[in-house]
Design a protein. Structure first.
Length: 244
C-alpha cells in the first residue's frame, strides 16, 4: 500500500484524512476532465498488473489507429521512462510520470503532467497507470473510461481476487491471447470470474503480437469517443450533480 495516503487502510491513515485526500483529488480530477473535454479527447485510465501488457496494448492500439486518430499517453511508473520511450517509438505522443514510492497515479500528478503535454491535435489520451490491481482504481484522474488489462498468464481468478478493480472497469482487455495454446488456461473460466463481479462484462481478447482483436478494440474506442464528444463527460457530471 502507498505510504503517502494509506489507500484506504485506516490503520495507516484516519478515515477523515483519507476522505479529505480523496475530496481534494476529485476536485483536481474534475479540472482535468475539463481539459480533456476542451480538447475533445477520449481519456482512458489503463490499469493492470505489472507485466499485464499495458504498454504492448498501447503499441498495438497505435498500429490499429494508423490514419484514424492521433494518440497520446501519460506513462506512469515508479521509476524509469522505459514505457514512455516505447510509446514514442510506436508513434504515440508520450511523457513519463514517475511516482517514486506511490503505487498509483492521482489527479494532481496527471494535472502537473498536462501542463507540459501537447494536447492539441490529439484524439485519444491514455493514462497508463502504475502496475497494481488495487490502488489505481481508488483515484479518479478525470478520465472518460476505466480499462483493465488482464493477461492470460495471470490466472483465471484475478477478477475474484481483486473485485474492486474489475467492478470499476468499463472494459477488460484480455491480453497475450496468442500464448493460449501453450498454457493451461481456460478463457471460459476467466469469463466466469468476470461475470461474478461484473453483471455484463465487456471483454476484448487481444494479442498485441499477432494483432488479433485489435480492430474490435479500436472500433469500440472510436464509438466511445464519438459519444463523448457529443456529450462531454464534464457536462454529464454537472447534470448528475444537479440531480443529487
Amino acid at each position: 500500500m502507498c505510504v503517502d495516503c494509506g489507500c484506504g487502510d485506516t490503520e495507516i491513515v484516519s478515515v477523515e484524512l483519507h476522505d479529505e485526500i480523496l475530496a481534494v483529488n476529485n476536485r483536481t480530477a474534475q479540472h482535468n476532465r475539463e481539459h480533456f473535454d476542451e480538447h475533445k479527447l477520449l481519456s482512458v485510465n489503463l490499469m493492470g498488473s505489472p507485466g499485464a501488457g499495458k504498454t504492448a496494448l498501447l503499441e498495438g492500439t497505435a498500429f490499429a489507429f494508423t490514419g484514424h486518430g492521433r494518440l497520446g499517453a501519460l506513462a506512469g511508473d515508479l521509476a524509469t521512462d522505459n514505457d514512455a520511450r516505447r510509446l514514442l517509438d510506436a508513434g504515440i505522443v508520450a511523457v513519463p510520470i514517475n511516482t517514486g514510492s506511490a503505487c498509483h497515479l492521482d489527479a494532481e500528478m496527471v494535472h502537473r503532467a498536462l501542463h507540459h503535454f501537447p494536447l492539441e491535435g490529439l484524439d485519444y489520451l491514455f493514462i497508463e497507470n502504475v502496475g497494481n490491481l488495487v490502488c489505481p482504481a481508488v483515484y479518479d484522474l478525470g478520465q472518460s473510461l476505466n480499462v483493465v488489462a488482464l493477461s492470460v498468464t495471470e490466472g483465471e481468478d484475478k477478477p475474484l481476487k481483486y473485485p474492486f478493480m474489475f467492478r470499476k472497469a468499463d472494459a477488460v482487455v484480455l491480453t497475450k491471447v496468442d500464448l493460449l495454446p501453450h498454457l493451461r488456461v481456460s478463457v471460459a473460466a476467466i469469463e466466469d470470474s468476470l461475470a461474478r463481479v461484473l453483471p455484463e462484462p465487456l471483454l476484448f481478447k487481444v494479442s498485441a503480437h499477432t494483432g488479433e482483436g485489435l480492430e474490435e478494440w479500436a472500433a469500440w474506442l472510436e464509438a466511445r469517443r464519438a459519444a463523448a464528444v457529443e456529450v462531454p463527460q464534464s457536462a454529464r457530471d454537472d447534470t448528475l450533480a444537479a440531480l443529487v
